[in-house]
Design a binder for this molecule. Structure first.
Ligand SMILES: [Cu+2]
Length: 109
């Protein structure tokens, strides 16, 4: 029994033998919820290149603003979110500009 090239390719694909095209490594994505005047989680460890989406689920407006000014979500009202990409390693302390007692940290390694 002989196979045409097309049949052979189909057979291999069906058997899962064809290597899938290797895509770029996908950066991780994380979420910080802003709720009851808190960033949750308050301490988050991520990898360089990952993204963090800050989602407000709180009635008062909030921001997630880096102490070193490396990022700032701007004002987020309930239901709004902002996504930040962390391209540099380091420890990033951040706070809410409206409620400076709200503090949290993202560690990028
Ligand atoms: Cu706030």
């Amino acid at each position: 029994m002989t196979f045409t090239r097309r049949q052979f390719t189909r057979l291999c694909a069906a058997a899962g033998l064809l290597p899938l095209a290797a895509g770029p490594v996908r950066a991780g994505s994380h979420q910080v919820n802003i709720k009851s005047m808190e960033f949750i989680p308050a301490d988050l460890a991520i990898a360089v290149g990952d993204t963090v989406t800050f989602l407000s689920e709180d009635s008062p407006p909030h921001t997630a603003s880096a102490k070193d000014e490396s990022f700032d979500t701007g004002k987020l009202t309930k239901g709004q979110s902002a996504t930040i990409t962390f391209a540099q390693a380091g420890e990033f302390d951040y706070f809410c500009k409206f409620h400076p007692s709200m503090k949290a940290r993202i560690t990028v390694a």
